[in-house]
Design a binder for this molecule. Structure first.
Ligand code: OGA
Ligand code: MN
Length: 296
């Protein structure tokens, strides 16, 4: 997506697909990063939207320290973290679990007032095959729209719901999230009581402008339910059309995990999808999120 390759002094940056995603070489996250190295990592992240590190061996404290360089940690209102590090969530699927967390195209926390700027996953245990994560570039999705569509959606605002089952209807799954959780076997731990300030609905622009790059991107998700000023039937047509468009394979990259792999993505301009294709195997990841701003 860059016009010209950037020069880096302290790291190597190798794209993994045409649309987005780059692997960072030469950074050991168990050691303190100097300003130049971190600056290059941050620039590569803004340029490539999702960056990957391999073979990292870091403690939860080092993981948190690295994440903190990107901003303050956004704690999850509903999910329970590690006992000693409550901000680190464990995304766990056991051999006999049937629930795959993140198994739909989405961007994290779109249903809150200030959705997470970034999310990070650190692979601890991975299945022998499957369990990849797909990422899609929402700048490209926006740029590929026709002038007519851009004009039509430019000022639209959408209601996003944490427990939106509407878009899932298309896959024949009419259940709410609570019902899906209850029916599926899952080892994921929820807090005994969700945080009191928990927000599960938020209205945001359908096209947002990235606060750091100034680029416009399409900001919709599986959580997008209705559009302000449209009736439900009309909104369904527009949202479904935009969602289908946004997931064009040319806008997507795919990451295959190994223990020690880290992915760090920008929720302001990407969507992601966790593959649920490794039934019978265990997958365990550590996740952190970084606080974001109000989308504009
Ligand atoms: C997430 C998520 C994807 C995965 O942590 O936000 O969607 O591949 N996970 O586990
Ligand atoms: Mn997610």
């Amino acid at each position: 997506m860059l016009d010209q390759p950037r020069e880096y002094n302290s790291i190597d940056v190798k794209p993994i697909a045409g649309a987005l995603g780059a692997e960072i070489f030469g950074a050991d996250l168990s050691k303190p990063l100097n300003d130049e190295t971190f600056g290059e990592i941050y620039r590569a992240w803004l340029d490539h939207l999702v960056i990957f590190f391999r073979d990292q061996e870091i403690t939860p404290a080092q993981y948190i320290e690295f994440a903190n360089k990107f901003g303050e940690i956004h704690t999850h209102p509903l999910m329970k973290g590690l006992d000693d590090y409550p901000e680190v969530l464990e995304i766990l699927k056991n051999e006999d679990d049937t629930y795959t967390f993140g198994n739909s195209w989405h961007t994290d926390q779109i249903f809150t007032d200030k959705p997470a700027k970034a999310s990070m996953l650190y692979a601890k245990e991975t299945p022998p095959y499957g369990g990849d994560t797909l990422f899609a570039n929402m700048y490209l999705a926006y740029d590929a729209l026709s002038d007519g569509m851009e004009a039509m959606i430019g000022g639209l605002r959408a209601l996003n719901k944490g427990d939106n089952y509407k878009r899932r209807k298309q896959t024949g799954d009419h259940r709410s999230r609570a019902e899906r959780y209850a029916a599926a076997k899952t080892t994921m731990k929820l807090k005994e009581k969700p945080d009191e300030n928990r927000v599960t609905e938020a209205v945001h622009p359908v096209v947002r402008t990235h606060p750091e790059t100034g680029r416009k991107s399409l900001y919709i998700s599986v959580h997008t339910e209705t559009l302000e000023g449209f009736n439900e039937d009309e909104a369904d047509i527009i949202i479904d059309q935009l969602r289908e468009h946004a997931m064009k394979p040319e806008f997507v990259c795919r990451f295959n995990w190994r223990p020690g792999s880290i992915a760090l993505w920008d929720n302001r301009c990407t969507q992601h999808y966790a593959m649920g294709d490794y039934q019978g195997f265990r997958r365990r990841m550590h996740r952190l999120m970084i606080k974001g701003d109000t989308p504009v």
